[in-house]
Design a protein around this ligand. Structure first.
Ligand code: ATP
Length: 359
C-alpha cells in the first residue's frame, strides 16, 4: 500500500527500561523520517514508573492497546533495582499472553559478511526466520516450589503445550513460508520443526503429530525435523541450510540468541509478536542490557530494523524497504556503534539513519 493512500495508523511506543530508552527514540526518528502516515503515542510503562507508583500495567492497559492502536513498538524491560523483575513479567509476558500474540517472528539476516563470526559466510548464506511459539511452554509459570529453603525443597516448572497452541504456530509457519520470499527474491520452500522429542516425549509427541498433520496440507513445502541440540550445532556449521524454523517458546528464545550471533550480535536482531488480524507488538530481540545502559553505546539498529518490521506489517512497504536500505548502507559505510565495528554513539548512529531517510 502506498502511504499516501493509507489511513493514519496509530502506533503505541513503550521504550521501557535500560537501553530500551536509548534505542527506541532512534527507531521513532527513523519512522518519522520516512514520512509514513502514522501517529505515535508514548507510554511510560517500565521500572521507573513501577518504582514511583507500583504500577506495572495500568488498569485496562492491554485492552486499551488492542482497542486504540494498530501496532505497539516496545524497547526492553529489566532493571537491577527491581529484583523480582515483576514489572518485566507483567508488561512483556502480559502483552504476549493477554493480547494472545502467539507468533514470535525473528528474521535472521546477515547484512554484511564482516558482521558474521563464521569464516566464508556471505549475506546470501544467512537468510532464515525463526517462528517461536509465544504464549505457552515453560514461560506460563505453571508449577511451584514446595518446602522452599529446606534441604527437601522441590521446584517444578511445567511445560504447557496445547493442541490449539501447537497447531496454530505450526500452521503459521507453513503460511509464512508460502507467502514470504527470501531477500534475493527466491521463494521460501522449507519448514523445519525443532524439538527435543527424544527426551521430552509427551510434549514432543504432540508437536510431532501436529507437524505431520499440518504439513500434509502443504505438499509444495518441504517439511523437516531436527532435534534442538543438533540444530544449534548445524546453525554454526552451515546456516545456509535453513529457511523457516518453527519451535516452542524456550527453544525459540535460546536459538535466536545464537542466531543473533550470526547477524553481528544482539544489537542487530529484530522481532515481531504477531496475532494475525489483531494489534501486534514489535521489539528488538535484545534485553535492557544494564551494563551498557545510559552510556550512549547501545546499537540502535535492532530497534530500527524492528521499526521496519512494524511498518511492513502495517503495509508501509516502501517505508520499510527504505529503512532496511539505510541500515545496510550504514553497516557498509561503518556508520555504526562499536559493537559492530564503527565508532558512533547510539544517538549519532540513529541520526545518521534519520538523515539518510530524510534526504
Ligand atoms: P533478556 O533476558 O531481557 O533478553 P539478557 O540479560 O539476556 O536480556 P541483554 O540485556 O539483551 O541480555 O544483553 C546482554 C548483553 O548483550 C549486554 O550486556 C550487551 O553487552 C549486549 N547487548 C545487548 N543488546 C545490545 C545492543 N543493542 N547493543 C550493543 N550491545 C548489546
Amino acid at each position: 500500500m502506498d502511504s499516501k493512500n493509507a489511513a493514519l495508523k496509530r502506533i503505541a511506543v513503550i521504550p521501557g527500561d535500560g537501553i530500551g530508552k536509548e534505542v527506541i527514540p532512534q527507531a521513532v526518528k527513523a519512522i518519522q523520517a520516512t514520512g509514513a502516515a502514522v501517529e505515535l503515542t508514548e507510554f511510560d510503562w517500565g521500572s521507573d514508573r513501577y518504582l514511583r507508583d507500583q504500577t506495572t500495567v495500568p488498569p485496562d492497559g492491554f485492552a486499551m492497546l488492542t482497542r486504540d492502536f494498530d501496532a505497539v513498538l516496545v524497547g526492553a524491560f529489566g532493571d537491577p533495582r527491581v529484583k523480582t523483575n515483576i514489572h518485566a513479567k507483567e508488561i512483556l509476558l502480559g502483552m504476549r499472553f493477554k493480547m494472545d500474540l502467539y507468533a514470535n517472528v525473528r528474521p535472521v539476516r546477515l547484512l554484511d559478511a564482516a558482521l558474521c563470526p563464521l569464516k566464508g559466510v556471505e549475506p546470501k548464506d544467512v537468510d532464515f526466520v525463526v517462528l517461536r511459539e509465544n504464549t505457552e511452554g515453560v514461560y506460563t509459570d505453571a508449577g511451584g516450589v514446595f518446602k522452599q529453603g529446606t534441604s527437601d525443597e522441590i521446584a517444578t516448572q511445567e511445560d504447557i503445550n496445547t493442541r490449539k497452541g501447537v497447531e496454530r504456530i505450526i500452521r503459521y509457519a507453513f503460511e509464512y513460508c508460502q507467502t514470504h520470499s527470501k531477500l534475493d527474491g527466491s521463494p521460501r520452500s522449507k519448514v523445519l520443526m525443532s524439538d527435543k522429542s527424544n527426551a521430552m516425549t509427551h510434549a514432543g509427541g504432540l508437536w510431532q503429530r501436529v507437524f505431520k498433520e499440518v504439513s500434509a496440507g502443504y505438499s509444495a513445502i518441504t517439511a523437516q525435523h531436527m532435534y534442538v541440540d543438533a540444530l544449534c550445532m548445524q546453525m554454526v556449521r552451515d546456516p545456509r541450510q535453513f529457511d523457516v524454523i518453527v519451535t516452542n517458546n524456550m527453544f525459540g528464545d535460546i536459538i535466536t540468541d545464537l542466531a543473533a550471533g550470526l547477524q553481528g550480535g544482539l544489537g542487530m536482531a529484530a522481532s515481531g509478536n504477531i496475532h494475525p488480524g489483531k494489534t501486534s507488538m514489535f521489539e528488538p530481540v535484545h534485553g535492557s542490557a544494564p551494563p551498557i545502559a545510559g552510556k550512549n553505546e547501545a546499537n540502535p539498529f535492532g530497534a530500527i530494523l524492528t521499526a521496519a518490521m512494524l511498518l511492513r506489517h502495517l503495509e508501509f512497504t516502501k517505508e520499510a524497504d527504505r529503512i532496511e536500505a539505510a541500515v545496510l548502507e550504514a553497516v557498509r559505510q561503518k556508520k555504526t556503534t562499536q559493537d559492530i565495528g564503527g565508532s558512533l554513539g547510539t544517538r549519532e548512529a540513529g541520526n545518521w539513519i534519520a538523515n539518510r531517510l530524510s534526504s
